[in-house]
Design a protein around this ligand. Structure first.
Ligand code: B12
Length: 284
């Protein structure tokens, strides 16, 4: 059985979609989290995985946690997604900034990235790969997206624990918008972030680790073909350093992700990432 579970942290409620599994040996049932849905006030129907999205029980429980304006919020989320898709593919940066600002006036920055920006970028990639969007339009959209994230990152300053996080990609990986989004969000959360960009050889990454002594390294891999480059990078780092390493990104968001000499994070919302990091770098 699949249902919504709420967890209270301080004064806020957080929702999870969970599955109850019967353990016949212990004659008891246990709960397995299918997906973390987010802060109760902000969860909308789209956050429920497609296969459970039309389950009347789940929807009514969702509405009960957010009865007043769930429809209004859902409409606003859908509208922001449609507008962002249009303005990115038109190459209109100013309008994209406006959409971002209007959205975060009501919602928040992590939700902008998780619920608007990422799905819109996925749609752009899908339309490009099945020929409905030209390569030129996809490039215009990616460039505007990149600048938009840069502008958001520049506006953010963080204060907090100042644990140091380094983010990099294996050589050959040109996708870095995910790294930029991680940089902006983790900065808000108080981490000091070193975002290395693309085309940095393993030797320079190792040198940087020795010099700056980050508390953890995040490696982002988007293209399947870059997985082996990622595995080689981890292997080389491991010959010189015991730094904790997390692997994530589009290429790892599959059922059986490849093995690394490091921990692989599947699909995780932005809000889940600091929790995973804290467990590793601030275990107490
Ligand atoms: C923008 C884009 C580009 C831009 C990149 C611009 C840039 N500077 O980054 C350009 C045009 C350069 C490009 C090039 C290519 N691309 Co491209 N691209 C995309 C697109 C549309 C969006 C990617 C993106 O920015 N998403 C938004 C960010 C925020 O999401 P994200 O990267 O997933 O990151 C989030 C999480 O994954 C997570 N995360 C990321 N890293 C990590 C790491 C850790 C440790 C953790 C915990 C979490 C985490 O946090 C992030 C924030 O939420 C995707 C479509 C898609 N579905 O993603 C295709 C896509 C990734 N590209 C694809 C392809 C095929 C290519 C090309 C090979 C095309 C070509 N023939 O030239 C080249 C390859 C270039 C290379 N060698 O790397 C395919 C990949 C298929 C595959 N699985 O291998 C996709 C999926 C498109 C498709 N549907 O076919 N691309």
């Amino acid at each position: 059985m699949v249902y919504i579970r709420a967890k209270k942290v301080k004064s806020d409620l957080y929702l999870y979609l969970v599955k109850s599994i019967w353990d016949s040996k212990k004659s008891t049932s246990k709960q397995e989290i299918i997906k973390y849905l987010g802060k109760a006030d902000n969860v909308v129907k789209d956050d429920i995985p497609e296969e459970f999205r039309n389950d009347a029980k789940i929807l009514s429980v969702l509405a009960s946690y957010n009865p007043k304006d769930i429809q209004k919020r859902e409409d606003a989320t859908l509208k922001s997604k449609q507008q962002l898709y249009k303005k990115l593919t038109d190459g209109n940066l100013d309008e994209c900034i406006k959409i971002y600002k209007n959205y975060i006036d009501v919602f928040n920055i992590p939700d902008f990235f998780d619920k608007i920006f990422r799905p819109v970028m996925a749609k752009i990639g899908e339309e490009w790969s099945n020929g409905r969007l030209s390569i030129a339009t996809e490039h215009v959209a990616s460039n505007v997206a990149q600048t938009l994230v840069k502008i958001i990152v520049e506006q953010i300053s963080g204060a907090g624990n100042k644990k140091k996080i380094m983010i990099c990609v294996p050589v050959g990986e040109e996708h870095h918008i995910g790294c930029d989004v991680l940089e902006s969000y983790l900065t808000i959360k108080g981490f000091k972030v070193f975002n290395m960009g693309t085309s940095i050889p393993a030797e320079s990454i190792i040198e940087f680790i020795n010099m700056k002594k980050p508390d953890i390294l995040l490696i982002s891999i988007t293209i399947n073909d870059n997985i082996s480059a990622g595995q080689r990078l981890v292997k080389k780092i491991r010959e010189h350093s015991k730094i904790p390493i997390l692997i994530g990104g589009y290429a790892t968001q599959i059922k059986n992700p490849p093995k690394f000499e490091a921990e692989v994070v599947g699909d995780a919302s932005l809000e889940e990432i600091p929790k995973i990091l804290r467990k590793i770098v601030l275990p107490n």
